[in-house]
Design a binder for this molecule. Structure first.
Ligand code: OFO
Length: 169
């Protein structure tokens, strides 16, 4: 049986992951509006990943005999300055998510919930990758932002990203 404090903390994180999905969809719509179609497609896949992260926790609560409680999802930002601003904001958002995952892992530890601690290891590792990806993209975009043909090539490259459903156990 899942400890109530742990259950509540995981439910909060489901909301944060669904908000991430919503935020990245909003970024994808903005990127489309400025004709960065490859970046928009890339961000759409990022949104799908966030949905998968939420569902991993959703399924975990149920497997542990807990109750999933879905709360309202906050309205995301809809406008940015440019493509660099979008990816910089996404990096900042991932850093915030990392701190939320760490706080959640602390709740599991404080409640001696070893199973949840083990389960959360996947998310802790995932956050390292997410921050690294966004960091790389922000650096690349900052280097290329004034070179339209290089920016076009990067946009095309990012547009080739495919969604691969993560296996979260
Ligand atoms: Fe769910 O990893 Fe990004 O936010």
């Amino acid at each position: 049986m899942l400890n109530q404090n742990v259950e509540k903390a995981i439910n909060n994180q489901i909301n944060a992951e669904l908000y991430s999905e919503y935020l990245y969809l909003s970024m994808s719509a903005y990127l489309k509006s400025i004709n960065m179609n490859g970046c928009a497609a890339w961000m759409n896949i990022q949104a799908q990943e966030e949905r998968a992260h939420a569902m991993g926790m959703f399924d975990y609560i149920i497997r542990r005999g807990g109750k999933v409680v879905l709360e309202a999802i906050e309205k995301p930002q809809t406008e940015w300055k440019d493509v660099v601003d979008v990816f910089s904001s996404a990096l900042k958002h991932e850093e915030l998510v990392t701190s939320k995952i760490n706080a959640l892992a602390n709740v599991a530890q404080e409640n001696s919930d070893r199973a949840t601690s083990l389960f959360l290891n996947w998310y802790i590792t995932e956050q390292v990758e997410e921050e690294e990806n966004f960091n790389d993209l922000v650096s690349q975009l900052n280097m290329l932002k004034n070179d339209s043909s290089a920016l076009y090539a990067l946009d095309k490259e990012l547009g080739a990203r495919q969604f691969v459903a993560p296996i979260i156990k």
